[in-house]
Design a protein around this ligand. Structure first.
Ligand code: RIB
Length: 305
C-alpha cells in the first residue's frame, strides 16, 4: 500500500505578465499579456503529487480573501486534502508577481502574506494530528518562516516519515536542520548558499558532500537535468527530458512533487528521480506553474514505459 505525501509549504496566486523580454531595472516593457494562475511552491508541489495519483495533504495558510478561497478550491479540485490549510483572518493570501519572457525564463517577486504568518506550533499541531507518519513522505519548502520549515522537518522525522527539503528560497536556513532531512533538493545557487561555497571554483559534488543530510543531495540543474550525490557512493546524473519550453515557472515544484509521489509509492530512489526529472521537464511545456504537470499516463509516455 502507498504512503501519503504531506506537503508543508506556501500557497500563492500568481499574477503573470508575458512579455517579449524581461525589463531592466527602471525600464518599462509594453505589449505584454496578463494571466492569473494558481501557485506557491507548496501548492504546486501538492498538485504535482496529486496529479500523479498520490494521496496528498497540504499544510499551509491562506488569507480570508477571494484569492484564498480561489487557491483553496483549486487545490481541492486537484484532489489535495486541504483540511490542514489554515485561513488567517488578518493576513492576505500570498501573491507572486511573475514576468515571463519569450524563452520561458521568469523573474518572480512574492508578497508572502499568510505564508509568513504560519507559526511552528501550528505545523507541529497539524503533524501531530496525523499520528504515525511511518511509510509517508513529508516534503517541505522554504517560502515560510525558516523556523516553521525546521519544525516541520523535525516533527516529520520524529513521527517516522521520510523527509524531503526543497530549500527554495535559500534564505535564513540554519543548516543544523539538515540532520532531519533525508533528501535535499537544491538548485545550484541554493546549494552554493547552503554549503557556503560560492567561489569560482564551486564544485557541486564537494558542496553537496559538505551537507549532513541522511540519504542524498539531489542538485537540480534546469535543462541539464539533475545530479544525485548520495551520502555514501558515487554521484550519478539524470539528463532532462527534451521538450519545447513555454514557461519554466513551477518546474522545480513538479520535480519535488513527483519525487515525493514516487517514493510514497515505494519506488527506488533511482526510479523516483527519473520520474521526477521527466515531470519537471513536462511542466515547462504549458503556461503557468501547474498546467503542464503530468498525469501518470503522460509521464509513462515521456519515459517510454
Ligand atoms: O516555484 C514557483 C512558484 O514560486 C510560483 O508559483 C510562485 O507562486 C512562487 O512561489
Amino acid at each position: 500500500m502507498s504512503g501519503r505525501v504531506i506537503v508543508v509549504g506556501s500557497v500563492n496566486v500568481d499574477l503573470v505578465v508575458w512579455s517579449a523580454r524581461l525589463p531592466a531595472p527602471g525600464e518599462t516593457v509594453s505589449g505584454g499579456r496578463f494571466e492569473q494562475h494558481d501557485g506557491g511552491k507548496g501548492g504546486n508541489q501538492a498538485t504535482a503529487a496529486a496529479r500523479l495519483g498520490a494521496s496528498v495533504l497540504l499544510l499551509g495558510a491562506v488569507g480570508a480573501d477571494s484569492f484564498g478561497a480561489q487557491a483553496r478550491s483549486a487545490l481541492a479540485a486537484a484532489g489535495v486534502d486541504v483540511s490542514g490549510l489554515a485561513t488567517n483572518p488578518t493576513e492576505a493570501t500570498g501573491i507572486a508577481l511573475i514576468l515571463v519572457d519569450a524563452a520561458g525564463e521568469n523573474v518572480i517577486s512574492v508578497a508572502s502574506g499568510a505564508n509568513l504568518a504560519l507559526e511552528p506550533d501550528a505545523i507541529e499541531a497539524e503533524l501531530a494530528r496525523l499520528g504515525s507518519l511511518v511509510g509517508d513522505v513529508v516534503l517541505v519548502s522554504n517560502e515560510l518562516v525558516p523556523s516553521t520549515a525546521a519544525a516541520a522537518l523535525r516533527c516529520a522525522r520524529a513521527a517516522g516519515a521520510r523527509t524531503i527539503f526543497n530549500p527554495a528560497p535559500a534564505v535564513g536556513i540554519d543548516v543544523s536542520l539538515l540532520e532531519f532531512v533525508d533528501l535535499l533538493t537544491p538548485n545550484r545557487g541554493e546549494l552554493a548558499v547552503l554549503s557556503g561555497r560560492t567561489g569560482s571554483d564551486f564544485d557541486a559534488v564537494s558542496a553537496a558532500r559538505a551537507l549532513p543530510v541522511r540519504e542524498a543531495v539531489i542538485v537540480t540543474l534546469g535543462s541539464d537535468g539533475v545530479l544525485v550525490v548520495p551520502r555514501d557512493g558515487a554521484p550519478w546524473p539524470v539528463p532532462a527530458t527534451v521538450v519545447e519550453v513555454v514557461d519554466t515557472t513551477g518546474a522545480g515544484d513538479a520535480f519535488n512533487g513527483a519525487l515525493a509521489a514516487a517514493l510514497a509509492e515505494g519506488r527506488s530512489l533511482e526510479e523516483a528521480v527519473r520520474r521526477a526529472v521527466a515531470a519537471g521537464s513536462l511542466a515547462t511545456t504549458r503556461p503557468g506553474a501547474r498546467e503542464g504537470m503530468p498525469t501518470p499516463a503522460e509521464l509513462d509516455v515521456a519515459l517510454g514505459s
